[in-house]
Unconditional design. Structure first.
Lengths: 314, 42
């Protein structure tokens, strides 16, 4: 369902990637980074090292679904591992294409592997990309070695998002195992939301795993070294993520997925009022996301949690 | 490149025409009553 449109678009991007233009930081509204030091690759001013974690949000309807998937909110829906090879920056990522099919769920028709793309190509697909250093004590060489090995042995993509089976890997599962190869403990998977409406869709997609590894769980304790966005300033990124968090808070178990998304020949779409709210949110301070949602989407007060509304920023 | 674009367009058309199972399509309809919808203003 959601995967359909995303994968078709990604497929198009993959074919067209040969035409990708050279990345020019001046064309981006956010290109924040710490300064590079010895042993790092200076990538347009970004201090990059093999084994760093790359996470991102595409800004598409599908990406919002990934943020809503777990009981805990995560701003980023995708992840990969950075590798510096012959002076160039690459990202290894779990990636799949949707092949033509006539019946059954789209997940049955998805085929993919751990692949390698240039960092430019990766960034070009995303609304927001962040690069994190996994921290002291993590062997980043081992992290990158794991990523390259899974690419070379052709490890398949897992369209069913099953953390219990590591023979096939989805994007954040792959990144979690790579970081674990470098000494970082495996993250605690997040429970998939117990929303009956979401469950109907997941059952159709054959996504039965009770838990999922989110990109948010991978960034805990890691140090962000870069934030990149073509369209949003750093402040706007913060406000945009606060708005997504507010949508997550409002998606209680009594909500239908149709309150947020619709389906058309173009695939999964955001409802107009939700899309407008997200678009407008970046214009306001992140602390006001809940109040802005009350204004745009209607007043919402959780019966037992006034506290949560007051702390939805960031 | 033109061949690639053609393939992409065909795939997009075919896959965009997926008919959802009735139970999934039903969930992708918003609730009728605004009070039960946390994403639509009264």
């Amino acid at each position: 369902m959601s995967i359909v449109r995303a994968v078709v678009l990604v497929f198009a991007a993959a074919w067209l990637s040969g035409c990708a233009t050279t990345l020019t930081p001046a064309a981006y509204r956010t290109f924040d980074a710490e300064s590079a030091s010895a042993g790092e690759l200076d990538f347009h001013g970004l201090p990059l090292q093999s084994g760093q974690l790359v996470v991102s949000d595409s800004g598409e309807a599908d990406s919002l679904l990934m943020s809503m998937f777990g009981e805990e909110y995560t701003p980023y829906g995708h992840a990969g591992i950075l590798s510096i090879e012959d002076g160039k920056a690459y990202v290894y990522e779990g990636y799949a294409l949707l092949w033509p099919f006539l019946g059954g769920p789209p997940t049955d028709a998805m085929r993919g592997r751990i692949r390698r793309v240039t960092l430019e190509q990766y960034i070009d697909r995303q609304r927001v990309t962040a690069i994190f250093d996994p921290g002291a004590g993590i062997d980043k060489t081992a992290v990158a070695d794991f990523a390259r090995a899974r690419h070379e042995d052709g490890t398949q993509f897992d369209p069913y998002f099953d953390w219990r089976d590591h023979t096939r890997l989805y994007c954040t599962e792959f990144a979690a195992l790579a970081l674990n190869a470098g000494g970082r403990p495996l993250p605690t998977p997040v429970r998939v939301r117990d929303n009956p409406s979401l469950r109907v869709a997941l059952d159709w997609l054959k996504v039965q795993a009770p838990q999922i590894v989110t990109a948010g769980s991978l960034t805990e304790g890691a140090e962000r070294v870069a934030l990149i966005s073509r369209t949003l300033s750093a402040r706007e990124v913060e406000a945009y993520f606060a708005a997504k968090r507010e949508l997550h808070r409002r998606f209680t178990d009594d909500q239908k997925i149709g309150n947020i998304w619709s389906w058309s020949w173009r695939g999964l779409q955001l409802r107009p009022q939700v899309a407008a709210f997200l678009e407008a949110s970046s214009l306001w301070p992140h602390e006001t996301a809940s109040d802005l949602a009350d204004e745009w989407l209607g007043v919402f007060v959780q019966a037992d949690s006034r506290w949560s509304k007051l702390h939805t920023g960031g | 490149m033109s061949r690639a674009l053609l393939i992409v367009l065909v795939l997009a058309t075919v896959n965009g025409c997926i008919t959802l199972p009735r139970e999934v399509a039903r969930e992708l309809e918003p609730v009728a009553h605004h009070r039960q919808d946390h994403f639509r203003k009264l």
